[in-house]
Design a protein around this ligand. Structure first.
Ligand code: KIV
Ligand code: ZN
Length: 537
């Protein structure tokens, strides 16, 4: 449906801000930059690169993304206060196209218990924030945090005031993932009917997934007239996550007959983007995840297979290739050259720089020496590995593990790790199994206390020489970290994953007096010291 002649839905990606601030999803500045390039290739309209005032690292990430990309609009979040807005504006200064995104909570529960502000004070602060942001930037978005639980007439009043003050996008966040499609539709229609000047601005939806309805609620908002959706790759985000970009985009495309709108997304890049993010943050995409899960296009039931053979459309509403899933029967091997590899990487939807292609070729040759056939899934895992966290300080020089079944000997591990000073530290441990012993030995070598939260291993492709992928989550000093590793030896894959975790923990910055915690993103009080547990690395 075209609203006032507008049938384009703006895709506002907040993977690097709302997504990144959830436990286990933290990224280095270099990783954010790499992901931002992927988002630009995907065709997102706006990249929310961070919350510049949250920490110096967030500031740097926004600034680096703003410097590097000239396609999409680059955005930073800011509370409605002078310090946040000035920092966001400074970080965004190099951007070719920039947006300042200011917010304040509007619901009674937030007003009373978090802000200690009256309705009047909230409106005044919102207007001040938008007016100040307009001094730095023409493109200003305003979010009424917890809009869904805000009194409808007050929400309309706030939105009218910020439009008057110069906001060009007004965002309706379902901060706690509480709404339903029908309610979301009513709220958007109410705003369209009641807010003076609403026809001049873009209405946006920002939905969290606590009740599993983030995508449905975002789609309901679009059907009711919203023309921006805020979302993240793989739906990562606070608690149960945010609206998943790949799902909302494919719903709009597949049901164009119903929604009648378009996005600028190159959907063939969805799967590579999903894989890349999963590799960066070290987390698996569930096999049954819509659009990008391993089984999303698998048809096992006999009756389905029969129908598919007769006509794919009996059970297939989208083609795997539409979302960038290519399973070619051609395999590469140790005699394949650079050209064949580059060609396959391109076909799989990845765009790598010359340097990255060269590094990939070296890793490919190494893999092809150990594995007769290199499948697409292996190449995806290699590319994803290129996105992994290679930052030190620790390097794994060697490892040796033993397993046992009888009671004579316990499983053991011996490791050698090289620190930033070039010194090699050797340690050994016994454990319940070789991986348990390995993690203990690595922790000893780095003098780290940890608690393993979860561990998953899987085979990347088929065959007895298939590569194994390991994903580990561990808590160190109260902070949860994720790590991922891929190797034809699954114990070595676990070691790589744990090394990533140890390195992330070692690099965690110390709290600084000026920094606002990530959780301050939902708080409008003055900046405060970052709690160690929230510092995230
Ligand atoms: O969930 C939320 O309310 C937010 C806003 C800051 C947009 O992330
Ligand atoms: Zn949010």
């Amino acid at each position: 449906m075209s609203i006032d002649g507008n049938d384009k839905v703006v895709i506002f990606d907040t993977t690097l801000r709302d997504g990144e601030q959830s436990p286990g999803c933290s990224m280095t500045v270099a990783q954010k930059l790499r992901m931002a390039r992927t988002l630009a290739d995907l065709g997102v309209d706006v990249i929310e690169a961070g919350f510049a005032a949250a920490s110096p690292r967030d500031f740097e990430a926004v600034q680096e993304v703003a410097r590097a990309l000239d396609g999409p609009t680059i955005c930073s979040l800011a509370r409605c206060n002078g310090n946040d807005i000035a920092l966001a504006a400074r970080a965004l200064a190099p951007a070719a196209k920039k947006r300042l995104h200011v917010f304040i909570a509007t619901s009674p529960i937030h007003r009373e218990h978090k802000l200690g502000m009256s309705r009047r004070e909230v409106i005044a602060r919102a207007v001040e924030g938008v007016s100040l942001a307009r001094e730095f930037c023409r493109d200003v978005e305003f979010s009424a945090e917890d809009a869904i639980r805000t009194e409808p007439e007050f929400l309309a009043e706030v939105m009218a005031a910020v439009i008057e003050a110069g906001a060009s996008t007004i965002n309706v966040p379902d901060t706690v993932g509480y709404t339903t499609p029908d309610e979301m539709s009513r709220i958007i229609r109410h705003l369209r009917a009641e807010v003076p000047g609403i026809e001049r601005v873009v209405i946006s939806a920002h939905c969290h997934d606590d009740l599993g309805m983030a995508v449905a609620n975002s789609l309901a908002a679009v059907a009711a007239g919203a023309r921006q959706v805020e979302c993240t790759i793989n739906g990562i985000g606070e608690r149960a996550g945010n609206c998943a970009l790949e799902e909302v985009v494919m719903a709009l495309k597949t049901r164009a007959d119903y929604f009648g709108v378009d996005t600028g997304i190159d959907t063939r890049r969805l799967y590579p983007a999903s894989r890349q993010l999963a590799a960066i943050i070290g987390s698996f995409v569930p096999a049954n995840k819509a659009i990008v899960g391993e089984n999303a296009f698998a048809h096992e039931a006999g009756i389905h297979q029969h129908g598919m053979l007769a006509n794919r459309e009996t059970y297939e509403i989208m083609r795997p290739e539409d979302v960038g899933i290519h399973r070619s029967t051609l395999v590469l091997g140790k005699h394949s050259g650079r050209h064949a590899l580059n060609e396959r990487v391109r076909e799989l939807g990845f765009s790598l720089t010359e340097v990255e292609l060269e590094q990939l070729f070296t890793r490919f040759k190494h893999l092809a020496d150990r594995k007769r056939q290199v499948f697409d899934a292996d190449i995806e895992a290699l590319v994803a590995g290129e996105s992994g966290d290679r930052g030190g300080p620790w390097q794994l020089a060697s490892l040796h593990t033993t397993s046992s079944l009888g009671e004579e000997q316990l499983p053991s591990a011996a490791v050698a790790l090289v620190g930033a000073d070039g010194e090699t530290v050797r340690e050994a441990a016994i454990g319940d199994g070789p991986v348990d012993a390995l993690l203990k030995a690595m922790a000893r070598a780095t003098a780290t206390e940890f608690e393993l939260v979860s561990m998953r291993v899987r085979s990347v492709s088929e065959g007895e020489d298939a590569q194994g992928e390991a994903e580990l989550n561990a808590r160190i000093e109260g902070v949860q970290y994720a790590g991922r590793g891929v190797d034809t030896d699954i114990v070595a894959a676990c070691a790589q994953a744990f090394l990533e975790i140890l390195n992330r923990a070692s690099r965690r910055p110390l709290p600084a007096g000026r920094e606002a915690g990530k959780d301050a993103g939902h708080d409008n009080r003055p900046a405060r010291a970052i709690p160690l547990a929230a510092a995230q690395r």
